[in-house]
Design a protein around this ligand. Structure first.
Ligand code: SF4
Ligand code: SF4
Length: 115
């Protein structure tokens, strides 16, 4: 099932297994300026509340994107969004386990099937 545009992955934005410094300074990433401009790290506790489905043993950085409209639950920068967003949840193996995806996410079945 494709993306059903539930907004959960934007509201509960996180990136696993990377340091804050690495995330904001990746040479050669064409999306880096967008990420530097629009993403900010939020407190672990708040992130865990927003992304309560995340049960990863890896270290996780929780983030907030100022391009996400909380009321409408939509991305307001859809055409310019980073590859990490447009490739979600398969960007570089970011979340290939269904239990790392929001409960409503339409990709859960596909991730389950991929193991
Ligand atoms: S750029 Fe859009 S898709 Fe990416 S996190 Fe922000 S609101 Fe979500
Ligand atoms: S959580 Fe899944 S279904 Fe919901 S917006 Fe993100 S990719 Fe789409």
């Amino acid at each position: 099932m494709p993306c059903i545009k539930c907004g959960s992955c934007c509201e509960g934005l996180f990136v696993p297994n990377i340091t804050e410094q690495e995330l904001f300074s990746r040479d050669g990433d064409p999306s880096i300026e967008f990420i530097q401009q629009h993403w900010k790290v939020i407190a672990q506790e708040e992130g865990e509340q927003r992304a309560s489905w995340v049960h990863l043993s890896k270290s996780v950085i929780y983030l907030e994107c100022d391009q996400f409209d909380l009321d409408l639950q939509v991305c307001t920068a859809y055409e310019e969004r980073p590859y990490i967003c447009s490739g979600y949840p398969f960007y570089k193996g970011l979340s290939t386990k269904a239990d790392a995806l929001p409960p409503k996410c339409g990709y859960r079945k596909e991730c389950d099937d991929n193991g």
